[in-house]
Design a protein around this ligand. Structure first.
Ligand code: FES
Length: 232
């Protein structure tokens, strides 16, 4: 299989991705449309219902841009100051919900934009050590071996990625135990992602829908139910 075909299969770009930073200097996050996280029946997802260290997937801030949702079983180290590849600092505030353990990050690798598709996912959170990562409880991208730590804002542990996964800012309503995505912080690859994968995204999500904001509600899947997850 040619490298181009392999990268297309695993949802990766064939050319380098230039980040299009939208962060204002010093801004902690970019406010976006609000999307409440719901289950397969359209019911608001309760944070307590999330299995610890299970990988969930939802789409935000666009209907075709995938994100990981995790309820971490190990302590979150936050707040932490991180940097985009072009040197802009931003603050990751940590998790929300029970014990501040619920976190979310873009599932688009900041190296060459490998991401989960219905055909499979070469990027995922693994509870057991992968050969590439050599440690458990990290997000590993098998395309070229980048490793990210979700306990510290998805900072890069191992390259070639040079910037953390984009953080999704969640709000948690303690009264209802529900979660709402309200913005993002960090690298902004969305414009490049939507342009690079336009053909595939149109086929998967609809000709116009693929670039529509995820507004109102967004469905949460268990990643293993959405795609075959590959280890490396
Ligand atoms: S796309 Fe290269 S490490 Fe993820």
């Amino acid at each position: 299989m040619h490298r181009r075909d392999f990268l297309r299969l695993c949802g990766g770009a064939v050319a380098g991705a230039a980040a299009g930073p939208l962060l204002a200097d010093g801004a902690p996050f970019v406010a976006r449309t609000h999307a409440r996280l719901v289950d397969g029946e359209g019911r608001p997802l309760r944070a307590e219902a999330l299995a610890v260290d299970e990988t969930y997937l939802f789409h935000y801030p666009f209907r075709s841009t995938p994100c990981f949702l995790l309820r971490l079983g190990r302590p979150v180290r936050a707040p932490v100051t991180l940097r985009t590849a072009d040197g802009r600092a931003y603050r990751w505030p940590g998790g929300v919900g029970p014990g501040g353990a619920v976190v979310a990050f873009s599932a688009i690798c900041t190296h060459l934009m490998t991401h989960p598709t219905r055909q499979g996912s070469f990027i995922a959170f693994h509870r057991r050590p992968t050969e590439v990562a050599g440690r458990p409880y990290v997000i590993t991208c098998c395309a070229h071996g980048s490793v990210f730590d979700p306990h510290e804002g998805a900072r890069v542990l191992t390259g070639p990625a040079t910037q953390p996964l984009t953080a999704v800012v969640l709000e948690h309503d303690p009264a209802s135990d529900t979660l709402t995505a309200v913005g993002t912080a960090g690298a902004d690859l969305y414009r490049e992602f939507l342009r690079t994968f336009r053909r595939e995204l149109r086929a998967a999500f609809g000709r116009r829908e693929y670039r529509a904001p995820a507004a109102g509600e967004t469905r949460v899947w268990r990643l293993a139910d959405y795609a075959r997850v590959f280890r490396c």
